[in-house]
Design a protein around this ligand. Sequence first.
Ligand SMILES: Cc1cc2nc3c(=O)[nH]c(=O)nc-3n(C[C@H](O)[C@H](O)[C@H](O)COP(=O)(O)O)c2cc1C
Length: 248
Amino acid sequence: MTLVEAIDKRISCRAYTDVPLGQNALDELSALAGQLSEEGGFRIDIVGPSDGGAQLKLAARMFSGRVSTYAALIGPDDDPTRERIGYYGERLVLQATQMGLGTCWVAGTFDRDSVVVPMAAEEVLHDVIPIGTMPARQPFAQRTIRAGLRRRDKRPAAMYEGPTPLTEAPAWVQAGIDAVVKGPSAINEQPVVFVQEGSTLTATLPHLKRNLEYTDLGIAKLHFQIGAEAAGTPGSWEWGAPAAFIPA
Ligand SMILES: Cc1cc2nc3c(=O)[nH]c(=O)nc-3n(C[C@H](O)[C@H](O)[C@H](O)COP(=O)(O)O)c2cc1C
């Protein structure tokens, strides 16, 4: 499965079976988490069944079943860290998707006291990402939660400001934004707007309401980059907002 296919397939999975992850899957995720933590300058700890992963309490009104593994995303309490958590954490989510596993970004609807990871004084637990096996079909309640949130989806054109309508923008910009629309964002707010001025494409956050927009920004940048590269324009983002996309 390519990363573009993983973007198509990924959903916020809110129902898990009680089949724990195998050791190979745990090893693969832990190795990637180590690599991403180093690149991102924050901590992604994979908490597996033998480390107390099954103690994670997700809110029963949103989730069914029990996961025995999750990623804990930990670092300083600032916006640059939140953005990096989004960018690198979503890389882990897409890898888990490629492995056939279910994931969900969770910043609010869980019991923080059920997280068993030790933290230093300057660190906070930003989010958890349960990682587990999925039932063949999400139960009705969880499908309803997702449908309710996704009903507010922005149209791709609402995420773009440029000299032409989005439909006349370069194919790589359209592909990038298409990949962003499919991505996760807190309460599906989809806060990032891409602005084309001259030859520069910039990611902006026009309406800051809460601090999770920076995590959404990191996720959106990764998705955009994957979509643009698949459409023939690889590149990378500067950090922050507004920040430019630098074609390779
Ligand atoms: C930073 C972040 C935090 C989130 N926190 C929660 C949460 O606390 N509880 C929850 O059920 N979903 C949470 N989500 C999942 C979003 O609701 C979901 O991504 C959005 O509704 C889009 O749906 P989809 O991911 O299934 O495509 C979060 C997503 C992100 C990116």
